[in-house]
Structure formats: structure tokens, C-alpha cells
Write a protein that binds this ligand. Sequence first.
Ligand SMILES: Nc1ncnc2c1ncn2[C@@H]1O[C@H](COP(=O)(O)OP(=O)(O)OP(=O)(O)O)[C@@H](O)[C@H]1O
Length: 683
Amino acid sequence: MMPPEQENTNIITTGNIGPSNVMLTNWTETVTVHAEPSVSSSINNTSSCSQDQVLQGQQEPALSRFTILRASLRPVTLEFADVAYSVSLSTKGTWFTSSEPKSTRTVLNGASGIVRPGELLAMLGPSGSGKTTLLTALAGRLPGKVSGTITYNGQAFSSSMKRRTGFVTQDDVLYPHLTVLETLTYAALLRLPKKLTREEKIEQAELIIMELGLTKCRNSVVGGPSFRGISGGERKRVSIGLEMLVNPSLLLLDEPTSGLDSTTAQRIVATLRGLARGGRTVVTTIHQPSSRLYRMFDKVVVLSEGCPIYSGQAGRVMEYFKSLGYNPGFNFMNPADFLLDLANGLVPDTRSQDDQLEFHGRLDHHDDQNSAKQSLISSYKNNLYPLLISEIHRNARDPVLHSSSLRGSEVQWTTSCWQQFKVLLRRGLQERKHESYSGLRIFQVISVSILSGLLWWHSDTSHIQDQVGLLFFFSIFWGFFPLYNAIFAFPQERPMLIKERSSGMYRLSSYYFARTAGDLPMELVMPTIFVTVTYWMGGLKPSLITFVLTLSIILFNVLVSQGLGLALGAILMDVKQATTLASVTMLVFLLAGGYYIQRIPPFIAWLKYISFSHYCYKLLVGVQYSATEVYDCGLQMHCRVMDFPAIKYLGLDNMWWDAAALTIMLVGYRLLAYVALRMGQPH
Ligand SMILES: Nc1ncnc2c1ncn2[C@@H]1O[C@H](COP(=O)(O)OP(=O)(O)OP(=O)(O)O)[C@@H](O)[C@H]1O
């Protein structure tokens, strides 16, 4: 095996592998794929996962097929020193006890390390030891204050570095209704630079599918909690593929092998090692690697309750702990198991080294474990920490490292606003078509419209109270329905939005307009069907102009109500809280709307002015009846419609004001939703 330094030199050159021949290996046999333009046809011919051509980990993957992507790969040396992080814990009081003052908990304390391009670093440690926190800090995504220093080629984290960083979270955040191919294709269209054509971007997605052995399931839906899709291992590979698409210089992964069988885990780590060997810097957290996996790591950082007990070459770990007097006692022990035992404070008993029972016999001795951990932490501080820090200082003076600037020629990864809007709109429509066009929803609207039509069957002005009731029902039903649908929009998509925006995938404005525009067709088609059925069945004025005006007012009301739903969802980001608030709001609008109560006390009468249903109702009544119209008010008498108490109370003089109030609400609620969304974004 080559010394790492020598490997690195090779690696950076192999990062520029030409597009013609790329060595890929099957799960079992080695094949050579000619990655020429016909590559997609070769993908299509592959029929099963067992035949997939999967990178076995020793070669640079065919990611760098396009010159522009190859050029974007900048070697990144990641250095972190004394990284510490605390979280504040607020203990909430119960009905019986008062709340205690906030306390802080140190999650990370003094983590240090160096990873160079071409290296694969694994973070090991028991559950809760701070691996994810450290990884998130290295990805520049940890909220709050992180102390210590984290540098990328000697520089702080920047937006340029953000675009060169791939971050695979522990939970796979994917759209459940999209297929594997669609997921990767939409990501490619959003993330790859403008300089690549649409076809080239799709081809890049196909290459990733082939490299990650996803050919068999390329047309299968990802799946979610309520319906099954691809397997857990395939989901994980899709998540990794999403980050590999842009050929990141720094790739960080949180538990990429958790829940997978050892063979699949081996393939994933082999792929990561292959990516590292192609000139990337790869850091992964891992729970309990087998010795086979452990051998693939170049470096390890071992954490115990947030403090490092080892940071350095993976191959030297046993030697180091042996020098401290900790010896597993038997040669065949998996180094990872040994490290996890040490991180838990389970040290071998030196008095009887080859007796395994003695090794584990001290499990119950809590104090012993704590003192063992403290001893390992102080050994790290005395032995390894000074070496690491002096290496970091040496690197800080290295002109070569600093010359590989990450800021220099910034690659503008994001596509244009319009392009982002188009892709996001299409993706949104595809993802939500099952939900928007669900039979249940259509049934709900059509059944209510027919039922209302039958209840108000051919009502006429002799029953003006009923007709006015129908108009009020229009304004309330089409206030409630879109409001509740819109509340779910942002809270449901929040994890995806945070993930994609953190990697600089698109502008928030593109997402916002695509999300709201995507919902419009269904939001407008449903009330159109409803009003058409109920209007004519209910015997409202048989005039086409009045019908069109009625429909337009209701559609306008729908847009306003949808805006309020979006704003509530974006502000609270919690469906339960938002629906509760929406129920209260709509109840107030219902009561203050002017139909049920006509003599509201003056001190609370202002409520109707904030109710969009009130304005909608007024406008509907205004277009339905003309000032000269009369109705049969009993005893063979005819009264003016405008004198009917419910209508008189409304005061239909200034309908332009009502239209203006609805317009202000339409713009205001949507603006509020956008601002709330922006404020909730990670910076
Ligand atoms: N925001 C937070 N609020 C409260 N506690 C937190 C917060 N973030 C992290 N912690 C705590 O910090 C510790 C480290 O968390 P972290 O997720 O980094 O551990 P881990 O080593 O990745 O664990 P696992 O292997 O189980 O994923 C845990 O005990 C966790 O409960």
C-alpha cells in the first residue's frame, strides 16, 4: 500500500480522468464502461441491480464526465481545532412545579483533526457522543455559536465552499412520490451549472444512477411512511447520489450505513473511498463498522461524551492505545469495537489481558468507567493534541495550501431564477398530483356542491333570506377550504426546503412562487365546478354576467384565503398550531361576517373589517341584486331588496372599497408568508 502522501499526489491527478474510459466494477466482476454519449443506452440495457455496474471503491467514479464539473473540483484540506459547542436546555415546569432556569450542556469539547483531499475520515463514538454535531459544524450548518476554528484550505466557511460541500443527513429527506430517476434528474436540473445543456444534466443523473447501482429501481417511487417504495439502502444511495451530482470537493455523511446489511454497507463505504481517491475530502460518521469497513478508513476521530480520545491515522490506533497500556488482549478484535469500548470507558483489565470476561466484567462500575474516560481524554490532550495543533499551525504557513483558494473563480452553480421556477413548478406538480387531484377531494367538493344545490333548489327572491344565506355560504365555504389546504404547504416541505436551501440549490423566491403557483390550478378549478353547479341549481340570478362576476369574486376570495393559510403555516411552521389558529380565525369571520348577527356591539364591530369573508359576502350580494330590484315581502306587498334588513345592514354603497380591501389582503398575506419563510431560513 502506498503511503497516504504518495496516494494524494496520485489522487489529484486522477481527479481529471478523461471521459473516454471509466473503470467501474460490478458487485462481483470488473467491467470497463465506455462513458461516451451512448452511455444512457447502456444504462437502459441493464436490467437488474445484481447486474449494476457499481463502483467498488478503488477507482474515481465517472462523475467528472463533463469538463465543467471536473474543473469545479478543488482539493480541500479541512482542519478543525478545539471545536466546542453547547446547547441551552430549558426545563419546562409542569402544572405543579415552576420552570427551572435555563442550563447549558456541552455537546462538543475540544474536537480537532485534519483531513486532506483523497482521505476518508470516520468519526466513531457511542450514541450521543457528538458525532452528528461535529459533522454538522464541519458542514457549516450548525446553528448558534461554535467555538474553535474550522478552516477549508486555511479559509473560513464561505458561500463558495457551501456549493462545494455535499452533506448527506442521517434521515433521508426525499420526495416520496417521485421516482429515483425523477429525484436525481430534478436535482441535476437545479444544481448543475447553466453551461451544461439539459441533456447533459439528465445524462449526469443517469451516470449517478449507474454508479450507485440504482438501475433496477430507477423507475420506482422513493416511498414514504404511508406507502412503500425503494429499500432503505437504495434510499441512502439516492441521498448520496444527490450530493455526488455536483461533484463536491468536500463530502460529509451522517451514518450512511445505519440500518443496512454489511454487504451494502461495505459497498457504500467502498464508494466513499473511491470518491475520496478521486481528489475529494470525505468525512463520515459511522456507528459500528465491521473490521472490513474499518480498514477502508484513512483517519478516525473517536469521541467520548463530546471529547476526543483519538484523532489521527486509522491504522495507528491500536499502536497508540497499546502505548497507553490498553490492549484488547486478543488479536482478532475489531478495532472499531475496541474503540467504542474505550469511548464508553470500558478498558481491558491489564491484570488478565487474555480473559475476555475480565474485559467486560467491569461494565457495572460507573466510577471506573468515568475515570477511564477522563484518563483517555487527558492522554489525548498530552500526546495527540499537541501534534495535531503543530501540524495545523505548520499548514497555516503553507503557501501551497493557501494558493488553492476556494474563492478564486467562483462557479455560479445556481441556474437562472426563471429556470429554477420552471423546474420547481414541474417537480411540485409531479410530487403533489396525487394529493391535489385525489378522488376523495374531488368527491368532497362535488358532493357538497350537489347537496347545496338540492337544499337551495330553485330558490327565488320571494325567499330572499335563503338566497342571501346561499351567498354567505359561498363566502364561508370558500374561505375555510383553501385556508386549510394551504396551511400544510410550508410545514410539510420544511425539511426539504432547509436541506436544499442549505446547499444553495435555489433562491427562496423561486421556490415560493413555484409552490404557490403550483397549487393554483386545483385551487381554482374546484370552486369553479362548485359555483357552476350550485349557482344554477340554487336559482340565483339567471344572468351570465352575474354568474361570471359571482365566480370571479369567489375565486378572488379563494386566493386571499389561501394567502392567509400560507402565512399561518409559514409563521408557525406547525400544522397543529396553525389549524387551531385558523379555526378560531374562521369562526370569528363567520360570526362577524354580517349574516348571523346584525347588531354587533360597536366595541367589537370592527372585527368584520378584518374578515375577508365579510368583503366577499358584501360583493356577492352587491352583484346579485340591483338597487331597483324588489322582492315579495308578504301580504301581496313588494319591498325593495336594498331595504331587506340583512342587506341594509351590509351597506352596499362602496363596493370598490370592498374590492380594494380584498386586494390589500391578497398581497399582504402573501408578502407576510414570504417574509416569515425567509426569516425561518438558516443563514
Ligand atoms: N439542540 C439540542 N438540544 C438538546 N440536546 C442536543 C441538541 N443537539 C445535540 N444534543 C445532544 O448532544 C448529544 C450529541 O448529539 P449528536 O446527535 O451529535 O450525537 P451522535 O453521536 O451523533 O449520536 P447518534 O450516534 O445516536 O446519532 C446528544 O446527547 C444530544 O441529545
